[in-house]
Design a protein around this ligand. Structure first.
Ligand code: COS
Length: 386
């Protein structure tokens, strides 16, 4: 098992330490045997196992409102799953992100309809925000939702939607036009079997997972599919990302820890120049750099998670710092681990080769690194103005 001394930091409680140990043992027994050749089937199996194992309950509060989302728990689960399997982390994360707007903004009826199913693994969730021309620029969304009788009709396309093609529910962001730009968007819950929703394209990427382009054509939803109020869509998206961006940093941290463990194992056992690779000071320097970056990333991730759990209304700055640093640092750590492994590091199917492919998208999705810098700079400048 990876270094767990960080669990003694003051950000954590005993329940977090217990959960991390139990999940590590569960993941070791439940994710390694899954065949990844059919990613849709693999994801369905993972969601089902994660539900049966009781882990998905952490992605959404209970229907009676007795439990809030605990961001430290979400982050620990993602970090732990990511050490074992990128796809297991993906399956868990998307249940959280897809159901996140319902957990945070849904009515009791909306929560009662969907959250028991996403928590148990009976329904797969997706977050449909991005479009071809509005990945980073959310205020530029062109998909429309037009009022029609007592409901809405959605028309347009959504691009790069994780779980697109296998999800049972999509939270869809569309322009309702209360005002130009960010203030004219709304969020809707759309069932995967809505006849107005189709999959226009499935997309293959370097770390395969279910991903698609969605087409909405005369897609009718009732008024009770609307989350919060018309015009609140942008804030719903940002508030959801405030929670989940921290957990992207946590997943990157899990990838980095695995790459680090593999590098240390390799450096200690590989014989070269009459001794172990780890006897060489240049290799020791790499190991020191990796160790520092991992601890720095963990501090930022769990600082952001703890701040949110302590009741902060907004953690945009902290979450952006956590995601930016942890994903960029993980890329460097994994690249160094590949280097320490030599040829084996680029052999298809080797753990560090898989990590090298797994990490790249994390610097792009849920707000590219450049966007995180924008969020951080805006927060700093606006507090300097005050
Ligand atoms: N929580 C609540 N409200 C928020 C918020 C948050 N985290 N962030 C912004 N808002 C509010 C602002 O306060 C503002 O409200 P008022 O109009 O009442 O003042 C409104 O939302 C618009 O905010 P802003 O002016 O910052 O919007 P911009 O269009 O400039 O966009 C960025 C800001 C670029 C930061 C935003 O579009 C973004 O995060 N983009 C990346 C999106 C992303 O992660 N895409 C990936 C999709 S998921 S794979």
């Amino acid at each position: 098992m990876a270094d767990t001394s960080f669990l003694n930091w003051p950000f954590f409680e005993e329940r977090h330490r217990t959960l991390a140990a139990e999940l590590d043992a569960w993941a070791a027994a439940n994710v390694a045997d899954i065949d990844h050749h059919d990613v849709d089937a693999a994801c369905r199996t993972l969601v089902s196992r994660l539900g049966q194992g009781g882990w998905l309950k952490h992605t959404a509060p209970n229907e009676d409102g007795s439990q809030r989302i605990d961001v430290r728990t979400l982050a620990l689960v993602r970090e732990t799953l990511a050490r074992h399997s990128g796809l297991a982390d993906f399956a868990f994360a998307m249940q959280g992100l897809g159901a996140g707007p319902i957990s945070l903004f849904g009515t009791d009826a909306q929560k009662n309809t969907w959250l028991p199913k996403t928590r148990s693994g009976q329904a797969i969730a997706a977050f449909a925000l991005t479009e071809a021309a509005s990945g980073s620029d959310v205020a530029n969304i062109t998909t429309t939702a037009t009022r029609d009788g007592d409901g809405y009709v959605i028309d347009g396309e959504k691009y790069w939607i994780s779980n697109g093609g296998i999800a049972d529910l999509y939270v869809v962001f569309a322009r309702t036009g209360e005002a130009p730009g960010a203030r004219g968007l709304s969020a809707f819950i759309v069932s995967g079997d809505n006849p107005g929703l189709s999959i226009a394209e499935r997309i293959d990427v370097i770390a395969p997972h279910p991903l698609g382009r969605l087409r909405f054509k005369n897609c009718r939803v009732s008024a009770d599919a609307l989350l919060s109020k018309a015009g609140d869509g942008f804030k719903i998206a940002m508030a959801t990302l405030d929670v989940f961006r921290t957990t992207v940093g946590a997943a990157a941290l899990g990838f980095a820890r695995r790459a680090f463990d593999e590098a240390v194992k390799r450096a200690s056992t590989r014989q070269m120049f009459g001794g172990a690779l780890s006897d060489l000071q240049m290799v020791q320097a790499h190991i020191a750099d990796m160790a520092v970056e991992i601890d720095a990333a963990a501090l930022l991730v769990y600082r952001a998670a703890w701040t949110k759990d302590m009741g902060a209304a907004r953690v945009s700055r902290e979450a952006a710092m956590a995601k930016l640093y942890a994903t960029e640092a993980a890329q460097r750590v994994i690249d160094t681990s590949v280097q320490i492994h030599g040829g084996d590091g680029v052999r298809s199917g080797h753990p560090v080769e898989m990590l090298y492919r797994d990490i790249r998208a994390l610097r792009i999705y849920e707000g590219a690194s450049d966007i995180q810098k924008l969020v951080i700079a805006r927060a700093v400048l606006s507090s300097a103005e005050r």
